[in-house]
Design a protein. Sequence first.
Length: 224
Amino acid sequence: MKKESTSKKNKKPWPTKAVMEQIYERKLWGGNDVDFYSGIGSHDPTIVKLYTDVVRSFLTSFRTPITVCDLGCGDFNIGKELVRYTEKYIAVDIVEDLIDRNKEKFKEENLEFHCLDIAVDDFPSGDCALLRQVLQHLSNTEVQKVIEKLSVFNYVILTEHVPEGDFIANKDIISGQGIRLKKRSGLDILAPPFNFRIKKQEQLASVVLDDNKGIIVTTLYEVL
């Protein structure tokens, strides 16, 4: 018994790419009647409309359209609503089959899709990064790797699902389907151990979920 317990304790987590592929293959975020489904956060009308409204307002505030990098674009149900407001929209995800499907389904002159691991690979160049409910699924180690590269952008729009009320930020998890909510935690990229450096921040949107299931918060950061 002791040997088995030690073995389980030392078992290494799956690579994030394999985990995310399995989530879509096994429909762990729902959507049994479609090929790829990125979860309620990408399809609930209340969540989607508020997000697209505030991001569209930000994008159209520029006299000249900007280039956006969507880091973790998922099934692109949300991204497709924003492409028209950009000079170029570069959509990235770690799941290759999902990116191949998106390339076939969504075609615009200013739209590109790339299969990248945002914790490992360099980001495409752009003015603004969108990270919508992506970092919440990653371990602190992978979050740190992403944050270290965000300084290449002028702006970051980050959406995170966090507990309602006070919570201890940035408890570590294994990258995968779940998020820190089950630990009464959520990400705060300005707090240790991440300490993301910014010029200023502005909360763009907040959706309180039913049944004490937390809040989805969207924040705009102007990068230092």
